[in-house]
Ligand binder design. Sequence first.
Ligand SMILES: [Zn+2]
Ligand SMILES: [Zn+2]
Length: 278
Amino acid sequence: MNIIAYSKALYTTWIYYSPERILFDSGESVSTLLNNKIYAIKHIFLTHGHVDHISGLWSLINTRNNAMGDREKTLNIYYPKGNKGIKEYLEFIKKMNSDLKFKLGIFPLEEGEKIILREKSPKKYIVPFRVTHTYSEKSFGYHIFEVRKKLKREFQEFEQSKLAELAKKYGGDYISENFEKKILTVSGDTYLLKKEDIKDTEILFHECTFLKKEDRKYKNHAVLEDVLELVKDTNVKKLILYHISGRYGRRPEKYLEEYVNNLNMEIYLVKPEKIFRL
Ligand SMILES: [Zn+2]
Ligand SMILES: [Zn+2]
């Protein structure tokens, strides 16, 4: 299991991605539901400053400082640079926890800035990208990239034995080159993402606040029909719809039924009030 998520539009949203020990957003209930896994978190990436995405941060920091676990591990928090609300909230949290036992790193991020998650092979890094949510503040989505190797174009037709011979003679870099594979994309709260944002990503978390088009009043959230149209021909392997409004009841999957046959990817829903695991 690599992912644990919990999300209900307007109430709370957080996604824990365990391979890199990253928490995306930190809505209420994160400490209660993740329990002792909160000690495993190394990085928290915030998409924007709405309360349903940050309200659990105070309790997470407080719990990690006082509960039974490794209280000395550094925790780094990243947020869109210029967001005054988040900045003040983090200052308040620090003030309220003046005897923090761990180092709390706080980093405002620019769009496109690269944060290295892992130096040794396979190298991984995360990059924030701008999304369309509110006019009053900057909102980010995030991509995780993994650096992988592929055969150079001129060697792609060669037989395995010949490739092995060349690699032995001139070294592996002679026949192969690096490329950057998008392994995870988290949309944050946003109007529909762009095709180029999601192309070739392995796992896409796309917000899907509204399951019926007529329920959306403003252009600040996504609608099911549009997201399913967007992901066509993008090579996305797994689509996870989250930030779903609670108004659609306990079986939001019923709104999906008319579309799924046309899509060749795995689709999952993070149902409001249910812990999602993958
Ligand atoms: Zn939200
Ligand atoms: Zn929001």
